[in-house]
Design a protein around this ligand. Sequence first.
Ligand SMILES: [Zn+2]
Length: 304
Amino acid sequence: MLIGLDIGGTKVEGVIVSPHDSQVVHRLRVDTPKTNYAAFLAAIKQVINTLLQKETIQSIGIGCCGSIERATGKMQGANILYLNGQDFLGDLRSSYSIPIALTNDANCLAISEFESGAAREAKGSCLAVILGTGCGGGVVINGNIVDGEHGLGGEIGHNPLPHYAPEIDGPQELCYCGSMNCNESFVSGTGFERTWALKHSPRTAKQIFAAYSEGDEQAIKHVEYYCDCLARILGNIVNIIDPEVIVLGGGVSNQDAIYPLVQQKLSHYTFSKKVSTPVVKAMHGDSSGVLGAAFLPLMKGMIE
Ligand SMILES: [Zn+2]
């Protein structure tokens, strides 16, 4: 059996998953400590210890914000701020004798969908993109998650929007990361609302999609614009890695209207105009974090 942990800013979810059928056999949730790293580490160990008592466990996989700096092994870029600069993985490994691995939540989406979700038919590759508050991505190549040299593999949210033109995409937008016109500023759920508000009075993504399904002309134009941005981004990635499947997760991915539009526009932005890479909705929803985390050590060959 595998342990998977999904560590978020407010909750930590821990599960035991069967590697054979991806069934979750135990699940528990605790609040993420707000105060400091020592309290955080104690809470994480408590979750792991509770799960370890329930089954024979082969490995522990962790999905967490941020990444591990390869040179130092320390956490960086985590929005649980006290985690940054800590040797979180090292501290866990010194407490347990089974293999432990850690990656970010977008990579967990890619792993869970590749192993047992919408990309399970793929032989070796998929791209997963989270369209939520932010925009993250994960890439599986040759059946393995691509972490990259700096832990940046799949971070397509912070590439610049392809074919950016101010008359179509609005004025330049500075991202919190320091770059201009990041994809995230256009295709995250937040970006969807931001670009709407450049032309109309502010509305939530849900309100805009509701108006779309009622045939509202401005909403239809905006959803088409959004899907064009997404197709530009995905087309760019197809030209680099040409994955078998593209899986979308996060809040906006629940809007069925986007799929035929993105699918139809995708080949406008690829080198070959015959590209028909399926763009599909993630299957695991909120469970993708824990499932992907659980399968991480298996995918990395740390266990058999
Ligand atoms: Zn950025």
